[in-house]
Design a protein around this ligand. Structure first.
Ligand code: GLU
Length: 382
């Protein structure tokens, strides 16, 4: 499949741009931002819909306040973001305004999207902004996000937003050309990888962890994000953000940056949300039969396939399903609490009522609420 084929039906693009692209010695690099805005505007004229995930709040705030060196504490970073986020939006607003376009700001934390109702609400808002032709600019709500509710870095945030807006393509604009087979800062022999058909352990190993002095996520977090996004059936491109017209180049089918092809067996939106947004509250150990039924046949999980229950959770909670060796294979929302499953595990469905005195469901986890992370060929989606 050529790049052109992969990109033919793309209309809705999520562009993520990192702090290392947007900021220079003098804080926000206005020329680069104008250049990016021109590029986005041209794509819009070509009938593409664009949503932007932009970093740069902390770096910009730090520069505005004239704080030398690194920001040490989390409150300092959060305070810098409070100053920088406003500045960032003003710069974007001015730049898009020159093209007659409005911008809208959406700041998110993880807890905003782990709640299904709020997730759907935000989704409706984002769809409305798209319908109105507003350029939505999304960032983590850095000033209020503490560890437990943090996306961590904007690569991860963008992977979650890809689901919120049901993007057709994610383009991650970075300060490098793309993914190299080894760290280009360390080896002159490093070669750019133009196409990744599958994220193998070797591909993961070629991505080093280091972020830039201003950005949070290094190449590793970009590859992890690519893994999630491609598991949702969306192609992912890591591309050089400072190159003029880079977005148009990509949509013209030029071999720019690294393209990660989508997985053929992918998760739907709700299952993607279960898999990557929710934190498991416990673990269910499955026997061989149930493991195979989930992976190969897409079956629901019945009490008979559960051998052990770990954790304390209630009905509706997300739990991880693991094979007999403890390898995670799926995540799903349980119909019964940990206490109830301990009583009915190993039993035939017909026995549930006899043991519990009631039977609200046949399944421990219904297949519609079960995101299987292993493809039938044994490859992992995470
Ligand atoms: N949200 C952060 C900011 O706007 C950036 C996070 C990241 O670099 O991934 O400064």
């Amino acid at each position: 499949m050529t790049r052109k084929d992969t990109l033919t039906n793309v209309r809705k693009i999520l562009v993520k741009v990192g702090s290392a692209v947007l900021t220079g010695e003098d804080g926000l690099d206005l020329n680069i931002i104008e250049q990016l805005v021109d590029d986005i505007t041209t794509l819009r004229e070509r009938d593409y819909q664009i949503v932007l995930v932009s970093s740069g709040a902390i770096a910009s705030g730090k520069h505005r306040l004239g704080i030398p060196g690194k920001l040490k504490s989390i409150p300092q970073k959060q305070a810098a973001a409070a100053v920088g986020q406003g500045r960032l939006m003003r710069v974007y607003s001015n730049a898009f305004g020159k093209h007659g376009l409005f911008v809208g700001q959406v700041l998110l934390t993880m807890s905003d999207i782990t709640d299904r109702k709020r997730f759907l609400n935000i989704r409706n808002t984002l769809f409305t902004l798209l319908e109105w032709g507003v350029i939505t600019i999304i960032n983590e709500n850095d000033t209020v996000a503490v560890d437990e509710i943090k996306f961590g870095d904007n690569d991860h945030l963008a992977a979650m937003v890809a689901n919120l807006i049901e993007a057709h393509l994610v383009i991650n604009l970075t300060s490098t050309e793309g993914l190299y087979d080894q760290n280009p800062a360390e080896s002159k022999k490093a070669k750019l990888i133009p196409l990744v058909t599958e994220i193998t352990p070797e591909i993961e190993a070629s991505a080093t962890d280091e972020g830039t002095p201003v950005g949070m996520g290094g190449m590793k977090s970009k590859v992890l994000a690519a893994k999630k996004v491609t598991a949702f059936g969306i192609p992912y491109i890591i591309a050089p953000g400072r190159r003029q017209g880079v977005l148009q180049e990509i949509m013209d089918g030029k071999e720019t940056g690294t393209l990660f092809l989508p997985m053929s067996e992918h998760l739907n939106s709700r299952k993607y949300w279960i898999a990557f947004t929710l934190r498991a509250r416990g673990r269910l150990f499955l026997d061989e039969g149930a493991t195979a039924a989930l992976i190969a046949d897409g079956k629901s999980l019945l009490p008979s396939g559960v051998t052990q229950v770990e954790g304390d959770f209630v009905s509706g909670d997300p739990v991880s399903c693991v094979d007999p060796a403890g390898n995670p294979i799926a995540k799903g929302l349980v119909n019964y609490s940990a206490e109830e499953i301990r009583k009915i595990m190993g039993l035939k469905t017909g026995k549930i009522e006899q043991v519990l005195g009631y039977k609200d469901y046949d399944e421990v986890i219904h297949r519609d609420n079960l995101a299987v992370m292993i493809q039938p060929d044994g490859k992992s989606k995470t």
